[in-house]
Design a protein around this ligand. Structure first.
Ligand SMILES: NC(=O)c1ccc[n+]([C@@H]2O[C@H](COP(=O)([O-])OP(=O)(O)OC[C@H]3O[C@@H](n4cnc5c(N)ncnc54)[C@H](OP(=O)(O)O)[C@@H]3O)[C@@H](O)[C@H]2O)c1
Length: 513
């Protein structure tokens, strides 16, 4: 069993009792009472705790507030060992003491080491030394997401109960997957602001968002690869969908630094470490082009249109045949096309009869242009930087449909060509600048059969969509695209139909918060 432990900084007795009760209610198995910074007597708090207690007086040089000497701090926690389930002592303090409190307390001792700067030097010597306690604990600041693999290896090769965690955003996966690799415990904070280390997730997120109760040694691992990554809604919808269909998987945010070398190093180390069972990835900014390049280098199968767009947003990792097989797709383009064709009740092939304004020439604009041109639509690309619109038009013009570039200022001209579909792929109007619209305050005259599609999903109803609604036009919000691209990923990974309604409700509930 891997315990879920809530750390609590002890300030006063009533706060601690409230926090212990909240931790128990939230599903914690034990609490760590951090008595560094507390002058009072912790004994009655431990005696009355409804959860087993680890008691810790953390030294300043290991991230705590304990300013007294090693002897005083260690004596203090040892004096509470008759009521605490475990006591935590830093290995440095332990070896500095002439008479370490080993013999009589060995069964209660967690020997720990923390490095807030990065991977400790001589890590494996340290890991060996930590086995002098009953439980070994090693925690360090992840230099990159690859450090998590070392934490998992430490857990795999443990000779005693072990805690191995990486701090920081890049280390989040070590906190959640501690259970998969049989760690003694992981920490989860009661609230965001009560975290005792960088990257600690709340117990609520651990249980609900990251499926703590369902994780086991066979759980397959999925994730969204991005930088930044913590804002992503993808873990919420994929984990909710896994839960609904009973798929033994967990989906995590994976922070991978920008640049091809970082992406490649991440892929190589995560794929090589088979016990992780990495089974599928969503790829987003800034790695969609890197994913395509990597898959091509590996000779993997890449969907034709993804290659033409130059971006992969989905990697499927298949190990079932006993051999590692990778493939790449772009589920964004189908999500864009199907959002429009469903709204209009037409087939993709019928798009050839439509004139479409694509606003924006970035990654999403490019995907929309490639997809629409492929099915023969006439596309006008409007972009703030006109040259980018021109380049895009040149690249895709004539492949099947006609693609031309136009200046942004022309978009609202009364004489603008008879456009039937408008797609905003810029970030104009996105939270927090919700009062902006790429068409300004005076949009062109939309007709009742005009389709206005805003790929932005936060807010759900952008200013552009409000204008369109007022004019009686048909509207499509970014949630539609988001759910469709995620559902296609889910189906590619699991082979099961995606619970689309649940995925939609999950993202809408998060956006309404
Ligand atoms: N619903 C979904 O599933 C989904 C998925 C992906 C993306 N999106 C949406 O798509 C949007 C763009 O993402 P992306 O990956 O394509 O970004 P990107 O590659 O960075 O492209 C951004 C585009 O926005 C334009 N732009 C930025 N600020 C502008 C401003 N102040 N005025 C006019 N134009 C401006 C840029 O024009 P320049 O060329 O002049 O810089 C460029 O065309 C995001 O806001 C996101 O909400 C939605």
């Amino acid at each position: 069993m891997t315990y879920l432990c809530v750390p609590i900084f002890v300030r006063d007795a009533s706060q601690v009792r409230r926090d212990i009760a909240s931790a128990a209610e939230a599903g914690a198995d034990l609490v760590e009472l951090r008595i560094d910074g507390f002058d009072g007597d912790a004994r009655p708090l431990i005696e009355t705790s409804i959860l087993p207690v680890i008691v810790t007086d953390r030294a300043e040089n290991e991230g705590g507030h304990g300013a007294s000497s090693d002897r005083e701090r260690v004596d203090r926690v040892c004096a509470l060992s008759d009521v605490a389930k475990w006591i935590d002592v830093e290995i440095e303090a332990f070896f500095r003491l002439k008479e370490p409190p080993i013999a009589e307390l060995e069964s209660k001792l967690i020997l720990s080491a923390h490095d807030f700067k990065g991977r400790p030097e001589r890590m494996y010597t340290l890991v060996n030394m930590l086995t002098a306690g009953h439980v070994s604990k090693i925690v360090w600041m992840a230099r990159s997401i690859r450090d998590n693999i070392e934490a998992f290896e430490i857990l795999q090769h443990r000779r005693k109960p072990t805690i191995a965690l990486c701090m920081g955003e890049a280390g989040l996966i070590s906190r959640v997957l501690a259970k998969k690799f049989g760690a003694f415990l992981t920490f989860a904070s009661l609230r965001d602001e009560s975290a005792t280390a960088p990257g600690q997730v709340t117990i609520h997120d651990m249980k609900r968002l990251y499926r703590w109760d369902a994780i086991n040694p066979n759980t397959k691992v999925y994730g969204v690869v991005a930088q930044p990554v913590m804002h992503s809604m993808s873990p919420a919808i994929h984990n909710a969908a896994f839960e609904r269909v009973g798929h033994d998987g967990v989906y995590l945010p994976m922070l991978v630094n920008a640049g091809y070398e970082s992406f490649k190093a991440f892929m190589e180390s995560f794929l090589a470490f088979e016990p992780l069972q990495l089974s599928g990835l969503s790829i987003t900014l800034p790695h969609k082009e890197n994913a395509l390049k990597y898959l091509k280098e590996k000779g993997a199968e890449v969907e034709e249109l993804a290659e033409r767009i130059g971006a992969v947003n989905t990697i499927v990792i298949d190990r079932d045949s006993g051999r590692l097989r990778l493939s790449g797709q772009n589920t964004d383009y189908a999500a864009i096309l199907d959002s429009i064709t469903d709204k209009l009740g037409i087939t993709r092939e019928q798009l050839k009869d439509y004139r479409v304004a694509v606003i924006g020439a970035g990654g999403t604009g490019r995907t929309a242009v490639a997809a629409l041109a492929h099915y023969g639509a006439t596309v006008v690309v409007y972009n703030r930087t006109f040259e980018r619109a021109e380049e895009l038009a040149k690249e895709f013009n004539g492949q099947s449909g006609k693609v031309v570039a136009a200046r942004m200022g022309k978009l609202c001209d009364p004489g603008a060509p008879g456009l039937q579909i408008y797609i905003n792929t810029t970030s104009v109007g996105m939270h927090p600048k919700v009062d902006e619209s790429p068409l300004g305050d005076d949009p062109p005259k939309f007709l009742s059969d005009t389709v206005v599609f805003d790929t932005i999903y936060n807010p759900m109803k952008t200013k552009l969509l409000q204008h369109a609604e007022q004019a009686g036009a048909k509207t499509i919000g970014g949630v539609e695209m988001f759910v469709r691209q995620a559902a296609a990923q889910f189906e590619a990974w699991t082979g099961k139909p995606a619970p689309r309604d649940l995925m939609r409700q999950t993202i809408e509930a998060r956006l309404q918060k």
